[in-house]
Structures are given as C-alpha cells and as structure tokens.
Design a protein around this ligand. Structure first.
Ligand SMILES: Nc1ncnc2c1ncn2[C@@H]1O[C@H](COP(=O)(O)OP(=O)(O)O)[C@@H](O)[C@H]1O
Ligand SMILES: [Mg+2]
Length: 221
C-alpha cells in the first residue's frame, strides 16, 4: 500500500500541518486528487459542543478538501500530550488495523494521500500491553517520509538525527522541507550542511506565512 507520503518533522509545532496543507493544495491545484490523513491527533479543541481535530480542519480549509473532518483523523484525544499518554488517560488506544483500514479508505477516494504524523519521528502512539510507535504506523502503511525542519540554530542536529533514526529503522527518507525559512546566512549554511551530512535532497523551503509551496508535484513519485 502506498501512493502517499508520510509527513513528519524534527519536532512538535515545527510545521507539519502548515506545510502539509500547502502540499495538498499544490497537488490538487495541479490536478491531482490528493487527500489528507492523520492517525492520531491529541490536543483537540472543544468548540460548539464538540471536539475539533484542528490539523484536519486546517488542511481541509486550505486545500478545499471535500472529505468530512471525521474521515481525516482516526483517533482524536483531548489532552495535548503524546497519544500513548492521552489514550492511557482517556481510553480508546490506537489499533493498527483501524489505521490501515482508514488509510485504505482515504486511498480509495484519493490518488495520493499526504499522511501527517504526530510529534517527531520518535513518538509512542500506544504504550500498554501493546506497544505502537510512530514508525510502526509508517511501516504498516508502507510509506516513505518527508521531514519538515526549521533551518535555525540547532537544526543540523535535529534534522540529521531524524534522518538517521528513520534509516536505522528501515524507513525510506525522500527529503527535507524547511519551514519558516528566512534565507539568512546561517539558514543557507544549515540547509547545505543538512543536505551533505545526511545525504538527503532538500525538496522545498517555505517562508513565514507562505501562501504556497514551490515544489515539483512529481517529488514523491
Ligand atoms: N511557515 C509558517 N508561517 C506562519 N505560521 C506557521 C508556519 N509554519 C507553522 N506555523 C504556525 O506554527 C504553529 C505550529 O505549526 P503546525 O503546522 O501546527 O505544527 P505541527 O503540525 O508540526 O505540530 C501553527 O500555529 C502554525 O499555523
Ligand atoms: Mg500538526
């Protein structure tokens, strides 16, 4: 199962959702029926009497997705903590069989699906008698990853560790997308150093408040 890409990042709040929304929009504007899927979201916002999956709502709005929000995320937790801890407190732990089935449904509706991860590359998704890590979801969906990173101070360490962790766990890495990229001397150097040290293509650089992403729509073929 593929025809999708898994979007992870060097950490939480680095811009997976922001960048994924631009990617889905770019693909759709280019005539590809692209979709979005996220296995587990924590920190849902309570609004108008229900919990709203913010990431899915944002991508749906930016990329004008026809899907209902509930189809876009399998597990929604209220507390803004790692899914394994949220599930321990709230119940409803992640089942890989449901993630597989929901992703397959997304794939049946869309030519290409962008799958957003939770947190960074090391993220316990379920940790009770059964143990599921983010990498198990990536492998279950037979996807490769793209890594969203900043290009600021500390990025060489975070980006290279993310690439090498993924590779050590048998996950293919397609490239890095820099977010909030300002093109300062340090950012340009970080970009070049990350590409060289991790031997990885830099697929795009997204500026603060960018309305679109400059990337080849064949980048993940
Ligand atoms: N390039 C950007 N320009 C402006 N705001 C951004 C940008 N990237 C991320 N943000 C904002 O930063 C916050 C965290 O980004 P988000 O995409 O939600 O991160 P993640 O999905 O990795 O947790 C959000 O409020 C988002 O709107
Ligand atoms: Mg997100």
């Amino acid at each position: 199962m593929n025809s999708g890409i898994f979007v992870t990042a060097t950490g939480t709040d680095v811009g997976k959702t922001f960048v994924t929304a631009l990617l889905v929009k770019k693909w759709r504007d280019a005539g590809v029926n692209a979709g979005y899927y996220k296995a587990a979201l924590s920190g849902a916002e309570f609004r108008d009497g229900k919990y709203v999956a913010g990431d899915a709502e944002y991508v749906k709005m930016i990329a004008q997705l026809p899907d209902r929000e509930e189809e876009l995320v399998s597990y929604v937790y209220q507390e803004a903590v790692s899914p394994h801890l949220a599930a321990r407190k709230e119940g409803n732990p992640v089942e890989l069989s449901k993630v597989r089935a929901d992703y397959a449904r997304a794939r049946a509706k869309h030519e290409f699906v962008f799958v957003e991860g939770s947190g960074g590359i090391v993220c316990p998704i379920r940790y009770d008698k059964q143990k599921i890590f983010l990498e198990d979801i990536i492998k279950a969906l037979e996807l490769e990853i793209v890594i969203v990173s900043t290009a600021l101070l500390g990025s060489i360490n975070a980006a290279v560790l993310t690439v090498e962790y993924a590779r050590a766990h048998g996950i293919g890495v397609r490239g890095v997308i820099f977010n909030r990229y300002g093109d300062s001397e340090m950012e340009r150097d970080n970009r070049q150093m990350i590409a060289e040290i991790a031997r990885i293509p830099i697929l795009a650089c997204v500026a603060e408040n960018a309305p679109k992403i400059d990337i080849d729509v064949k980048a993940f073929q």
